[in-house]
Design a protein around this ligand. Sequence first.
Ligand code: NAD
Length: 486
Amino acid sequence: MSAPIAQPRASHFIDGAYVEDSAGATFESHFAATGEVIARLHAATPALIDRALDAATAAQKDWAAALPVARGRILIRAAQILRERNRALSELETLDTGKPLQETLVADAASAADALEYFGGMAATVTGQTIPLGRDMAYTLREPLGVCAGIGAWNYPIQIAAWKAAPALAFGNALVFKPSEVTPLSALALAEILVEAGLPSGLFNVLQGGAEVGAALATDPRVAKVSLTGSVPTGRKVYAAAAEGIRPVTMELGGKSPLIIFDDADIENAVGAAMLGNFYSAGQICTNGTRVFVQKGLRAPFLKRLTERTEAIRLGDPRAEATQMGPLASPAQMAKVLRYIALGQSEGARLVCGGARHGATGCFVAPTIFADVTDEMAIAREEIFGPVLSVLDFETEDEVIARANASEFGLAAGVFTRDLARAHRVVARLEAGTCWINAYNLTPVEMPFGGVKASGLGRENGHAALEHYTRVKSVYLGLGDVDAPY
Ligand code: NAD
């Protein structure tokens, strides 16, 4: 086995410094394109979890009392450092996730930097209200929650860490973040950069490990809020654990989103969006439009162009900048995706292209298209989280809306049509947290992001994130005598 090639200085980052504790269970991070071990780490022990939460609790008080503009300045400086080191950070993310460098160069550290800039700028704009009450008055203070816990998924590791850290820190909280055990590395790089930018020790801590570390954070009385990005089954557990302590949560969970393409859509744009919404990051994106509903009149030309363009996707070593699609993140994820492909075939869906593992090493699955998919098939109901696109036919607007909404999930949805009145009419009726019209999968930091139904609750990004990392204190100011009846 080759030597680790992305070994961090230690597994955890606590109170402003790297920390190791070899008493924690050992686990490895792999480069999914080759299976090579790139780092060996230890899961956090209960003693380290304690240390991180104590450090965060101690640091948060002064941070909450700091001038908001000073807090924001540090985050903006961190964003600048992220951008300066974008290539190195992208290479690290490519090794850890298997995503092609072509993507990580533009979508990972860069979007983490966007979040730090956005919330860094917003920090000093947070104000309360004054409420006239005749003789008296009231005012509100928007206060930080305290110590927040963040738990991440493996598809966008540094982005997920920053989408939680940036608003938490901007508004005066501390964060203890647990990355996915599949992709543990880039959160440590973010921690180093935040400290370099001037973030006081203890405000952003990284603890490694799996479910048990996440569960310990979700139930700890020192934690004021839990933000999870993960699957629906994990969401149910973390939400329930947080509920025990009456802790607020943000839940960014899975999806099975509809992408609805009407007869009058621009076909090349619709095909491009369907591909982006199914094959970018090898399909490992929560918002993916995995149910592609195509109106009958466009069905044949759409499938033809979709197949032609999909067959031209360049799979390969994600470190090569020309590569357009890399492996899935882990052998377990590859096995799951291949199981769904076999299930789709046995359920009677028509395999149009792909449908198999690509190559003998690494976790590559060829981009796969199923046509003639029907609503009751498992491939049309369950989240696969891989490069598997299902095409479903439809005839009328009412029909497609009802079918699009017939899902336990409600993360996202897309509509392609040249008829903008129809586009707005349709999105108004779709049960989804984020909708795109003639676009797909764009999630700029300025726009609130999150799901409805089983896809989650709470919103990340945009002004909406303020609601989820602060609370309102009302102050009643009596300006006259107390009117007591006794
Ligand atoms: P996962 O649910 O298996 O794990 C997510 C995180 O939760 C990991 O860090 C894991 O260690 C931790 N965890 C697992 N069990 C836990 C428990 N009982 N208590 C506390 N923590 C626990 O998800 P994954 O496989 O890493 O990621 C893929 C899933 O994430 C997909 O369903 C995808 O849709 C979803 N996702 C959602 C968004 C979003 O913003 N909505 C973004 C990315 C991924």
